[in-house]
Design a binder for this molecule. Sequence first.
Ligand SMILES: Nc1nc2c(ncn2[C@@H]2O[C@H](COP(=O)(O)OP(=O)(O)OP(=O)(O)O)[C@@H](O)[C@H]2O)c(=O)[nH]1
Ligand SMILES: [Mg+2]
Length: 273
Amino acid sequence: MSSVLRPAVADEGLSTVGKYRPVSSHMAITPPVSVVIPAMNEAENLPYVFKTLPDWIHEVVLVDGNSTDNTVEVARELWPEVKVVRQRGKGKGDALITGFEAATGDIIVMVDADGSADGQEIVSYVSALVSGADFAKGSRFANGGGTDDMTPIRKLGNWALCTAVNRKFGARYTDLCYGYNAFWRHCLDKIDLDCTGFEVETLMNIRVVKAGLKVQEIPSHEYLRIHGTSNLRAVRDGLRVLKVILKERSNRRALRRRAPHSPMLDSVRGEVS
Ligand SMILES: Nc1nc2c(ncn2[C@@H]2O[C@H](COP(=O)(O)OP(=O)(O)OP(=O)(O)O)[C@@H](O)[C@H]2O)c(=O)[nH]1
Ligand SMILES: [Mg+2]
């Protein structure tokens, strides 16, 4: 657990910017990739998370949610160049927004710190982005994806909320509340995130569609949280997600009322493949 997985190499990340780096046996890319990890008391899980991260990534940004265990120390031991930022407010959404601001890569990947995400999948997300997608959205329910972690009630809630988003915003998503996603940095200017909690992924998924960005779903497998307990509370957080859907929907209606022939509205329907 205390073994150093990655040696400290001075400015290794920056030295790779602009050069082709192999990311698989078939592909090399130039854009630097930042991995943003929100973590609150995840010291025991971090060794599993870092172990799966590919060595070609440009930087890891760990957003600490005022952990009371040694999350930060363990992260520094495992990945000496890790950029640790402390979030200002509370909640996963607040943590991710903080992490996105601190990330310097052209591509940003969001990875949970509970051991549920396999870093080896990052290459699939990055492939979709360098091939033309703006937003690579993980899906546990697309062909090739899966979950060991969701209870039937969570699956039902996620399905109902996902169906609502598809109907209301013209998306064709197979999953909604999933934390493993990646995107080009420029997406952030178009989705202007403003939330604090677990509704963050839903807000992103809605706003990328509203902004007319090109979204591609990536089949992903969610493993069981390895240690510790979930911070998510199904009913409380499900209601927060529902509120976001309703609010985004009424914003869209208000926009339509204010500017019935606005060219902005022509791009409201996003493309999901
Ligand atoms: N920095 C920070 N990280 C958080 C906060 N809340 C949750 N996280 C992290 O966000 C990730 C997802 O949180 P989880 O508690 O696993 O929630 P979940 O994945 O939706 O729920 P499970 O499926 O039960 O694991 C984990 O890495 C958490 O440590 C927070 O307030 N601040
Ligand atoms: Mg989790």
